[in-house]
Design a binder for this molecule. Structure first.
Ligand code: ZN
Length: 306
């Protein structure tokens, strides 16, 4: 069945002949929304796996022009610059060829979020982010993070946010009350020991939440972070498709779901991160984004762009 869905997905994609960044998606509006407002209510209805799966359909209308390559930062070499206070003797050749770098106009703030790591590609991702000056949020799985504390420490020291993706990535909706507490709090302790910072953000595996889980989150002083769109990187494993999903759909305030355990995602990030930065997007952590877009981050609340 999954294979059939994937084949259908590929066929739909092949039918597409073009792509245009920033055009508006339509088929996912109901589940993901397009306004720049955030859900912060404890009354938010439960998000089921079934509801999320409806957003996994490929949206044909997202892009309608050809593949785009990342825009290069424009460097202009200007000759014959007049420097009125410069004497003839001091006017060197180097000074006549000043590089003028065009800083792109601010397009918005977005949070790239990477789930399920740390993995063998995570440090490569940290290198890419360091090269281009972007920040990200890593929702790590506790039983993987427990033996990779140096990577968590590096994430934190380089300005990224380390979030909690529970200890063993089970659907919290399937667990007993105490098991839910353990899944969140054990991973929380691992993160806090490695980074020296309080862990306040949780991403529930599969997005599975209900009122009981949110109440536990409130008691543990953590908030739940959903996503505004899924790049489907876990499904397609195709760098071009992942890159395409991002550059065609991204808008201000997005929280974008990715996974740093797949090499194809890293290959996509090699293209997407410079593209986003050269397009004027500021890559921030989830906490930075919520601070910018909301008044206060409430424990137990679910945050997503709606
Ligand atoms: Zn996950």
């Amino acid at each position: 069945m999954k294979k059939n869905i994937y084949l259908l997905f590929c066929i739909v994609f092949l039918v597409l002949s073009s792509c245009s960044p920033k055009s508006v998606p339509t088929t996912t509006e109901n589940t993901q929304g397009l306004t720049n407002e955030y859900i912060t209510s404890h009354e938010t209805t439960d998000i089921s796996t079934e509801q999320l799966e409806t957003s996994f359909e490929f949206d044909e209308s997202v892009c309608d022009t050809a593949w785009e390559t990342p825009p290069e930062t424009v460097i202009e070499i200007t000759d014959n610059i007049e420097l009125p206070f410069q004497t003839e003797e001091l006017f060197t050749e180097a000074q006549t060829e000043q590089e003028v770098t065009k800083i792109p106009e601010y397009a918005g703030s977005i949070a790239l979020t990477f789930d399920d790591g740390p993995g063998i590609y995570t440090e490569r991702l940290l290198d890419i982010l360091k090269e281009y000056g972007g920040k990200a949020t890593f929702f790590v799985v506790g039983n993987r993070a427990s033996y990779q504390k140096d990577i968590l420490k590096r994430m934190s020291e380089e300005g990224h946010e380390v979030g909690n993706h529970t200890y063993s990535h089970l659907s919290l909706k399937e667990l007993e009350h105490q098991e839910i507490i353990d899944q969140i709090s054990i991973a929380k302790n691992i993160i806090e020991n490695a980074t020296g910072k309080e862990n306040k953000l949780v991403r529930a595996p599969y997005g599975d939440l209900n009122s009981n889980i949110k109440e536990i989150g409130r008691e543990l002083n953590v908030s739940f972070i959903h996503w505004s769109f899924d790049t489907l990187d876990w499904l397609t494993r195709d760098p071009q498709l992942i890159y395409h999903e991002i550059i065609c759909r991204v808008t201000d305030g997005d929280i974008i779901l990715l996974h740093d355990i797949h090499e194809s995602t890293l290959d996509a990030m090699e293209m997407a991160i410079p593209y986003l930065i050269n397009s004027g997007y500021k890559l921030v952590t989830v906490s930075e984004l919520l601070t910018e877009k909301t008044d206060y981050i409430y424990p137990g609340a679910v945050y997503s762009k709606k």
